[in-house]
Design a protein around this ligand. Sequence first.
Ligand SMILES: [Zn+2]
Length: 343
Amino acid sequence: MITKTSFPKKLKLFPSFFYLSLILFYSHCALRPSGTLSQYDSYFPHESTISSIPKGKVRATFFGTASILLDDGETQILTDGFFSRPSLWKTAFSKIESDPSTVQSVIEKAKIDRLQAIFVCHSHYDHVMDSPLVAKQTKAKLFGSTSTLNVGIGAGLLPEQMQKFQPGKPITIGKFTITVLESKHTPPFRILGKTNATDPNHPNIESPLKTPVKATDYIEGGTFDFLIQHGKNKILIKSSTNFVEGAFDKIKVDVLFLGIAQLSLQPIPFQEQFYKQTVQTLKPKLLIPIHWDNFFKPLSEPLEPNLRLGDDFDANMKYILKRTEEEKVEVQLLQGFETIDLF
Ligand SMILES: [Zn+2]
């Protein structure tokens, strides 16, 4: 008979070895991309538009997450501009801040040399973190919520280089007219017992944010969509996977940049409503999914789908492709730094 005291050492070690293996196996799976991009090869343009931008056209360049450069050959505008993309390890266990050499290299590689304005969709770090530095380097104006402006002040931007959002009021920049619309953040997500939900007692960044700080110090501060008109064409940029019911009822667009992060993790009725309130209402000819990439990987490497830890890219795309096929909406994906001429 084996008593507790005579339990062989090997067997005693078994439970801890078993749990360690389980944890390693889980992390191994969780830290893998949630999809294989080669399956979606036909959705990428695969052509480098190095030619000058044809008159009247708008060229878009994608930098992952919700960072998009729009350029009509005269004026450039940017959403977010999150380029530093610190690693998962760094984001989880230490303080983060903009990396000036990475930001500068992206500015040079993407030829961001006529930038007039940066619009930040919300103040989580994967959207706002580099915006003040991009504004400084390019002399562009930073547009955002009070929280975003506090990130700007913390980074040393002067008040004249920043402007607070006035939702519904069009802003003209070159031939672009931008209207900021109140929106909603992707529903809260729980990971390892922690939630990314905004604390209702602290919904905003209340004072100038001096970096380096913890990723969680970047508080949402409200989420916004951007309706952008250029000539007779319209673009809508929606970074988060959520909607304000009826917000787009009177709007039709040519191109929709749609945040699809965690779409398939939401209940089916939510997915249906999200699709109805965005694609079915706005009736775009072209849909470009955004915020699908693993933003813990640097932009110097090709974009990969979000990690299984918090998303399911394949399931998100399956849903989007099925629905858009039914309604004959063209879908295009963009790699990092990849460009597309809209309209
Ligand atoms: Zn966010």
